[in-house]
Design a protein around this ligand. Structure first.
Ligand SMILES: Nc1ncnc2c1ncn2[C@@H]1O[C@H](COP(=O)(O)OP(=O)(O)O)[C@@H](O)[C@H]1O
Ligand SMILES: [Mg+2]
Length: 361
């Protein structure tokens, strides 16, 4: 099936997998859930179904993390996904909402400017002025719609939202209701409603969650990939699927090239070479798995349109430089030292060393 949409919602992109899961899923489903907890976890982690359909893994990481996340959503507590940038918090939240509610679009993007209105409800001012406050003049937020329809609401970057605005979630989570004082009314959550919030580890302290709010969430920390193999698998799978979606006329990246990128990322992130022998300085940049995926995809675009269609060292050099050097002074020093002490000496890496040297001054 082809689409002209740049990016489909998970429930559409993976509709076939979700249908296949629903058709074999004979376990008990919590009220309003499209699938049983077992099927939701299988959708996220992948697996082979008895009807011959293969479910692709969406999240690559500890199975238990996904099980705890799904189990939390069957209780009256909401789910908070916490982690450094690029650990698939947003990605997991979208897929959970797609699998549980069949709808991942009830989304509130948290920023410093997020207002109470965007969490509760707003007004259509023309109608409000013409007819006064009424249900028809009320513009429901995604939260309100999720409560009415018994679906999952998603709150992205919860800790960026000002503390007093965050607090409007407390009534929603504890009383499961959203009062509308202007109408002397309320919207009560129906079964199936819950919230998945994401928050960045590094934002901690910015608008730290109040303890009242924290108590309403179960926190699940998404870790960085534990092993190089795991990280290679994530980058390979995601870059291939993004390349397909963008219809890039290039061969999928070779495992060997992905391994080199992942090695560089892990070494710089960890501050030590793979063999444990050489200590390294770490750059200020996060060097997340998500950025490794971008390095591959930008490289594939170069290879497709200006190279021979196969990812080569010169196609990934500029992406690497861009990912590592975020601070023009400090990071450049770190990068140059890494090039000279590690890449230059590594067997079979001369092409990459030269390509990187050429564009690093
Ligand atoms: N463990 C993982 N399993 C699968 N994909 C991952 C994993 N870690 C990162 N990714 C990929 O990285 C990309 C960015 O993830 P995202 O959800 O935006 O990160 P976050 O919200 O944590 O900053 C996604 O395309 C996702 O597929
Ligand atoms: Mg995110």
């Amino acid at each position: 099936m082809t689409t002209t949409l740049l990016r489909e919602h998970a429930e559409h992109q993976y509709a076939q997998e979700l249908d296949a899961l629903a058709s074999v899923d004979n376990r008990q489903r919590p009220p309003q859930w499209k699938l049983s907890p077992w099927a939701v976890a299988t959708y996220l982690l992948g697996g082979a179904l008895e009807n011959g359909v293969t479910i692709t893994p969406k999240y690559i990481g500890p199975r238990r993390i996904v099980e705890i996340a799904v189990a939390t959503l069957t209780t009256d507590r909401a789910l908070l996904l916490l982690g450094v940038p690029g650990t698939a918090k947003t990605w997991v939240s979208e897929h959970l909402a797609a699998a549980i509610s069949g709808d991942s679009t009830l989304l509130i993007q948290g920023t410093a400017g997020t207002s109470e209105e965007s969490i509760r409800y707003g007004w259509n001012y023309a109608r409000l002025l013409a007819d006064g406050p009424s249900l028809q003049a009320l513009v429901p937020s995604p939260m309100m719609r999720a409560m009415q329809d018994g679906k999952i609401a998603r709150v992205e970057e919860l800790t960026r939202i000002p503390a007093d605005v965050q607090d409007s979630l407390i009534t929603v989570l504890s009383e499961k209701t959203l009062p509308i004082p202007e109408l002397g009314a309320e919207v009560q959550a129906t079964k199936g409603f819950s919230i998945i919030a994401t928050a960045n580890d590094r934002d901690k302290g910015v608008n730290d969650l109040s303890s009242a709010l924290k108590r309403r969430f179960n926190t699940v920390v998404l870790p960085l990939p534990a092993t190089p193999e795991e990280e290679v698998q994530i980058v390979q799978q995601r870059s291939a699927s993004l390349g397909r979606a963008l219809e890039l006329p290039a061969e999928p990246a070779s495992l060997a090239e992905i391994r080199r990128i992942v090695t560089i990322f892990r070494e710089l992130r960890g501050g030590v070479t793979e063999d444990g022998k050489t200590k390294l300085k770490s750059p200020t940049s996060t060097l997340s798995t998500a950025e490794a995926i971008s390095v591959v995809n930008n490289g594939l675009a170069l290879a497709a349109h200006f190279g021979d269609g196969t990812l080569s060292a010169s196609d990934i050099a500029s992406g690497l430089l861009g990912a590592v050097v975020k601070d023009p002074v400090q990071d450049r020093l770190v990068w140059r030292e890494y090039l000279e002490t590690v890449l230059k000496e590594r067997d079979g890496w001369k092409d990459l060393y030269r390509a990187c040297r050429e564009i690093t001054d």
